[in-house]
Design a protein around this ligand. Structure first.
Ligand code: NI
Ligand code: MN
Length: 226
């Protein structure tokens, strides 16, 4: 699979000929000003929770591309009320098979409200199982014991974990999370976008190295093959 980073918690996964976009927050992100949103043409948009820094560009991209939104029940209904009716609601613990693989909506320890303040359900993350490997996008979360089950149930090849601290877990808990999910290949997310989540990249890299967990900090716009 191919993995492209668009900043903050926004990634595009291309697998099985399909494009899956996570948590689009590009236009309001000054660090991602070089990304051309109009070139992003996903088949699916997966939304972990309702906060603006995860949904800001959903409406624009969904309306243009016709992508299927996948998220919790409340978020799918909220976007339907905005005229984005191509949605598939899920809730925690549920799995659904799509044409690129299976998606499981898993827990996250965080909060979730929509940009207008309406209820955004409970926050989550996604586990993708595909023929080209398995990926975990943790959303915004603290470390949680459920991560152990995720690691037991699925061999996670690559995990996208928040490391920016303050609003989510930071470096140390992300390393512990990597052990819980039994994954030694981590891509960091949710850092540097706002002053409270500025990351000391050298410190992060050396802490991960000492723990023998591989940390990748992707450049915004960079694509890697997993
Ligand atoms: Ni959040
Ligand atoms: Mn966030």
């Amino acid at each position: 699979m191919k993995l492209t980073y668009y900043g903050h918690s926004c990634f595009e996964v291309v697998t099985g000929g399909k494009s899956i976009l996570f948590d689009p927050f590009i236009r309001p992100n000054e660090l991602a000003s070089h990304i051309d949103v109009e070139q992003i043409d996903p088949d699916y948009i997966l939304i972990t929770h309702g906060h603006a820094d995860h949904v800001a560009d959903v409406e624009e991209i969904a309306k243009r591309s016709g992508a299927l939104l996948v998220s919790n029940f409340e978020i799918i209904n909220w976007f339907a009320s905005k005229g984005v009716e191509n949605g598939h609601p899920m809730n925690h613990g549920g799995s659904k098979k799509f044409d690129f693989g299976t998606v499981k909506y898993v827990n996250a320890v965080h909060s979730s409200s929509m940009p207008d303040g309406s209820y955004g359900g409970n926050p989550g993350g996604f586990v993708l199982e595909t023929d080209e490997g398995n990926l975990y996008h943790a959303g915004d979360t603290a470390i949680m014991a459920d991560m152990q089950f995720i690691g037991e149930d699925t061999k996670i090849d690559i995990a996208l974990l928040p490391i920016g601290d303050n609003f989510t877990m930071g470096i140390e808990d992300a390393i512990k999370s990597a052990k819980l999910i039994k994954c030694d290949r981590i891509v960091g997310m949710h850092y540097d976008t706002f002053p409270p989540i500025a990351l000391n990249a050298n410190r992060a890299t050396s802490k991960f190295l000492k723990s023998e967990v591989d940390l990748t900090l992707m450049k915004i716009g960079e694509t890697i093959t997993v």
